[in-house]
Design a protein around this ligand. Structure first.
Ligand SMILES: Nc1ncnc2c1ncn2[C@@H]1O[C@H](COP(=O)(O)OP(=O)(O)O)[C@@H](O)[C@H]1O
Ligand SMILES: [Mg+2]
Length: 244
């Protein structure tokens, strides 16, 4: 047993594609039951970071601990079995499969199968739009409903922590609010969250703390309620645009 009270802790994480590193040494943590944001311009490594944590890509250095235990050497599937669930950006769904079937199929680990009925009821209650469309094929869903289904799929895996990659990307303000309510409700159940978002005001409305990711590094940490230095953030954005 470990005395590490964090749900997730990442130290010195390096990862990338081919010859180059995208992440050059990331340190962050998410406390038990905590909601933490990851914010930063496009292309600066937020998705790469979630991919490295869930071993969709293999970390090159550093350590990732989940609920006090190292994830070193574990396959992505084993990480899902541990309960660390990554809901990917623009999650891929089977277009011809029904919504209800998709959700049931997601509960594939032994533990998730054991709590399938309860989790399915929870997802349907959380997202009534999915309950109404349960017998429809995934390809009939709107963008917002697809995001709900992706989170629903994550919940069906019986998460002990969720990592969500830009769940509100491209949604209308109304749907964004609906999704934010659902995310807050999931977190109120005690599930720690790591949430990638592009909208700083929206992110700070949902999380207690947020890391700024800039060129593959965590450059700042902002706490809810603390003064946000907008100029700093604007510089980060427009400075980054110029170098592309
Ligand atoms: N599959 C990939 N192969 C090679 N390079 C990639 C791949 N995915 C992302 N990258 C590069 O890694 C960098 C970080 O991308 P990403 O993690 O997707 O950023 P973000 O999620 O912050 O927008 C970018 O320069 C991007 O072009
Ligand atoms: Mg991304």
């Amino acid at each position: 047993m470990s005395t590490d009270a964090n749900a997730l802790s990442v130290t010195g994480l390096r990862a990338g594609y081919d010859a180059s590193d995208v992440l050059t040494g990331i340190d962050l943590h998410v406390g038990a039951k905590e909601r933490v944001g990851l914010f930063g311009p496009n292309g600066h490594g937020k998705t790469t970071l979630l991919n490295a944590i869930s071993h969709v890509i293999w970390p090159r250095a550093g350590e990732i601990r989940f609920l006090g235990e190292t994830l070193q050497g574990l396959s992505p599937q084993k990480i899902v079995e541990r309960g660390l669930i990554h809901v990917a950006q623009a999650n891929w769904l089977f277009p011809d499969m029904e919504i209800g079937e998709t959700l049931e199929l997601a509960a594939y680990t032994r533990h998730a199968r054991g709590v399938l009925k309860d989790n399915l009821a929870y997802v349907m209650q959380l997202f009534p739009r999915l309950a109404e469309r349960r017998r429809q094929q995934c390809k009939t869903l709107s963008g917002g409903e697809r995001q709900m289904l992706s989170i629903g799929v994550g919940l069906m895996c019986a998460p002990r922590m969720l990592m969500l990659d830009e769940p509100t990307l491209g949604l209308s303000p109304k749907l964004k609010d609906e999704l934010a309510e659902a995310i807050a409700e999931i977190s109120a159940r005690g599930i720690p969250l790591l949430l990638v978002e592009q909208d700083i005001v929206f992110t700070l409305s949902l999380v207690e703390r947020m890391y700024l990711v800039d060129h593959g590094e965590v450059t700042r940490e902002i706490h809810r309620g603390s003064e946000v230095d907008h100029q700093d953030i604007m510089d980060m954005y427009f400075g980054a645009e110029k170098t592309r």
